[in-house]
Write a protein that binds this ligand. Sequence first.
Ligand code: SF4
Length: 362
Amino acid sequence: DLPAPAPPGRAPRRRSRQIHVGTVPVGGDAPVSVQTMTTTPTTDTDATLRQIAEATAAGCDIIRVAVPSQDDADALPVLTAKSPIPVVADVHFQPRYVFQAIDAGCAAVRVNPGNIRRFDDKVKEIAGAARAANVPIRIGVNAGSLDPRLMAKHGAATAQALVESALWECSLFEEHGFTDLKIAVKHHDPRTVVDAYRLLAARCDYPLHLGVTEAGTPLQGSIKSAVAFGILLSEGIGDTIRVSLSGPPAEQVKAGCHILQSLGLRPRKLEIVSCPGCGRLQVDIHRLATRVEAAFDGFPHPLRIAVMGCVVNGPGESRDADLGVSCGNGKGQIFRKGEVLRTVPESRIVETLLDEALAMFE
Ligand code: SF4
């Protein structure tokens, strides 16, 4: 019963126990899933369901919604009934919302033990209700809300402190025979994230939810997340991921999907291979590549498209692509699998690529 050999450059996947977040398996040999959180008020169920639909279209597998008030908890049944993907309730301060989320049909509940001061008394009840409903619990430890006792002991939210907190919270559930758990230990520093998840991976077999918390604006946050997740996933650590960006949930999902695709952990749909440009550039490459990407957003077939800024290296560099364009003199030479198809004016490059792509899958 040996695990499948890892692709080149990647360690074998860590053996984690598998849990089920609704219809989505997490851990074991399940594909690494992508999740995000809605940013609309949970009480605004129409807006929240719209965001869930956008995230789902972008590749999201699991959606989390915040439950900060009674009204939010009351909105959960509508969301779980209408969401196309499993809904996880995110509860910070009120254990009673955990019970309500389970009753509402949430696929999992995230608790942040550092924020639930009376949590210790409630664990037995939560474990009982979750077990009866077959609902896993996510232990979510965040640097910003670490248990004050551990902050005092470690002096800061170190990797050790995050892991100690998570494993202690798990042990509270384990005392009641409940092990349907997954764990996240998030920090804003990718190096601490890597250290924490490595430690955690060595000390338990629970599935791990990777996250760099408060990662920042889209560029910075995507890079911080890609660095941390890239290291961890290459070491076989991580069962589900969330890229936290100050941006729309669907963008966070796209970033997460790109990370998995770059590591060969999720089939790539659209890949734009565009050149960075240099002194030979004969087109606004940034604008053209962005327009091509937008035109192919949601294209249902896997496709690699090369967008090259000149004809010097363009054809050669686009040889591996399904479709490609090399620009020069206000024109675009269109390629399919390295073969020149035709030359079109610059203004018709995007539509021609789209036509050729559709023709390939007719
Ligand atoms: Fe420069 Fe042309 Fe290569 Fe783009 S394709 S980087 S413009 S040489």
